[in-house]
Design a protein around this ligand. Sequence first.
Ligand code: GDP
Ligand code: MG
Length: 444
Amino acid sequence: TLSDRLAATFKTLRGKTRLSDADIDATAREIRVALLEADVNLAVVRDFVARVRERAKSAELSGALNPSQQIIKIVDEELVGILGGETRTIRFAKNPPTVIMLAGLQGAGKTTLAGKLARWLKGQGHSPLLVAADLQRPNAVNQLQVVGQRAGVQVFAPEPGNGVGDPVDVAKRSIEEANRRLFDVVVVDTAGRLGIDADLMQQAADIRDAVDPDEVLFVVDAMIGQDAVNTANAFAEGVGFDGVVLTKLDGDARGGAALSIARVTGKPIMFASNGEALTEFDVFHPDRMASRILGMGDVLTLIEQAEKTFDAEQSAKAAAKLSSKEGRDFGLADFLQQMQMVRKMGPLSKIFGMLPGMGDFKDQIANIDEREVDRLEAIIHSMTPAERDDPKIIDGSRRARIAKGAGVQVSDVNGLVNRFFEARKMMSSLAGGKMPGMPGIPGM
Ligand code: GDP
Ligand code: MG
């Protein structure tokens, strides 16, 4: 996946505070390969990589994020942008009925979707009418009737025994029916063939002209990957559509088709279908699909939290103190402040669990004791300002007093002071005090 590929390049970014051209080139290469592996259209990949590269070059260095986190953030933002940014669903007509027409290849999942949409619409308080305008296959009308029954909605179909019937005529009459019986949404199911052909397009265009739809939805099987682009272009030209529905997402973990179609058509993906059952359906969330493609949902959450919690000024001060000789200016009060900043992001075990590469340490993570941190805080609070500024002055009698004040053993105070000196030595030896892994927080 994209995240696996990026993780490999990110190893080389460890500890860096600035991205070189070579870093950006290496990262861009990995993104390119990962997207091609996910069956994203080549033109879309090129365009995407160029944009990420451009932004990475001119990236403002955010104090809250390390270079790899910055790249993840840029990639994620670009993905979300292409996928449409915000969720967009049906625009209902001012004067009902709202007419929704489904178009797409045979087997794309239109008839199944008609049922899902009807169920979803009903759940929102609408009264939908399904229309069987696929008279191509012998069983198509019956299939829609079964689906309608399951969804608990009415189906409008040609009267049996009249021969094949005319789909355009059925579609036209369905609107009159909806007006008469006060259905406020009409969903028109249409025929599709296995390939794109002129007859099919013409029929779909005729139905469109007959019902004047508020939304034409292009229904496409996500599993066809690259081919989705050609099909989408053909339907855009032949019928035109307002939105896209991706089906069979349960069969394609990579999400390549979503990216290609969204980019090439410029139309919003409105719904996602991920199974045969009527309930396996949802409005499309660009941000969720982006993190699925990126494969880094948890890291993104962490980045978001880090940016929200991060106090740039405070961290800059801490870093400056750490770069004093042997980090002598960095006292226990600063140590405590840094610790509190991290804690604001959430339970420590959760934060560590979200860091990439921490999977190997699952057991240790589960054992991080939040009370231990509370104890450290209590000890530091029992010290005088002078002791916090210069812990070297903490002698035996001071230790006893501090331990008593914090309700801990003298050995706990010793432990804290020793650990502080060790940590300060290590942090100050890292210029700028920035460790890889934790977002911009010295010493984590
Ligand atoms: P249509 O020809 O476009 O009307 O497609 P259908 O609705 O008849 O669906 C074709 C096949 O795909 C049927 O067997 C459906 O059960 C199946 N199908 C539809 N949507 C999904 C989906 O989201 N996931 C899976 N796994 N199968 C689906
Ligand atoms: Mg069908």
